[in-house]
Design a protein around this ligand. Structure first.
Ligand code: CA
Length: 227
């Protein structure tokens, strides 16, 4: 079963973005917009991980976090706190209320996804699959190794992230800007042609020894991974 993640965030656009990215990672997602609603829902069922915004209507994220930690059933619930405040003293206060991790807004989506994976892996290693498979390609997230027909493929870090991103949604066509957002993060300025360069390298690495080309170029649309 895929891990369930509850997101408590009152900014609607951010909620949509988080849902999209978390679902693409294979998680089940619930979005709650108010701190007091989240508290009620959490009394009935517990997600595998909670992403909690600091500034919320109803009950603040930090107060909710403190209350959750005070109850035995949510004492160990993995919590990532989102905060717009960057000062070190505030960060320390965030961790002191018992959040496992915090991410300062605006954050890069790949960075937050990496924190979610890391925290889930720490909290319940069995809930997160480390091995992705697509056709004859295998990618091990833990050891960062990639195999095709059992032969190891050497990839640079960007090509590895690019392949991992494709393997989460095989056959889906991604535009260059979606790839930039998903792999590089939307707050980093990279030219769209950079995507073509890394696709070229990934393709070359994967298609060793005249194996079938698994990266499809869709004219005017982008790229996809075929299995
Ligand atoms: Ca907020």
């Amino acid at each position: 079963m895929s891990p369930n993640i509850m997101v408590v965030e009152d900014e609607e656009a951010l909620g949509v973005l988080l849902r999209y990215n978390l679902e693409a990672e294979g998680y089940e997602v619930d979005i709650v917009q108010r701190g007091d609603d989240a508290e009620l829902t959490l009394r009935e069922r517990q997600p595998d991980l909670l992403i909690l915004d600091w500034m919320l209507p109803g009950v603040s994220g930090i107060e909710l976090c403190r209350r959750l930690r005070a109850r035995p059933e949510s004492e160990k619930l993995p919590i990532i706190l989102l905060t717009a405040r960057g000062e070190e003293s505030e960060r320390v206060r965030g961790l002191a209320t018992g959040a496992d991790d915090y991410v300062v807004k605006p954050f890069s989506t790949p960075e937050l996804m990496a924190r979610v994976r890391a925290l889930l892996r720490r909290a319940s290693p069995e809930s997160i699959s480390t091995l992705l498979k697509s056709g004859d390609i295998e990618l091990d997230r833990q050891t960062h190794r990639v195999y095709r027909k059992g032969r190891e493929i050497n990839l640079g870090p960007t090509e590895f992230r690019l392949l991992e991103f494709f393997m989460r949604s095989p056959t889906r066509v991604f535009s260059r800007s979606q790839l930039l957002d998903g792999v590089w993060g939307h707050d980093i300025y990279v030219d769209e042609r950079t995507v073509d360069v890394h696709i070229g390298r990934l393709r070359k690495a994967l298609n060793l020894a005249n194996m079938r080309d698994v990266i499809r170029t869709v004219r005017g649309a982008g790229y996809s991974l075929e299995s």
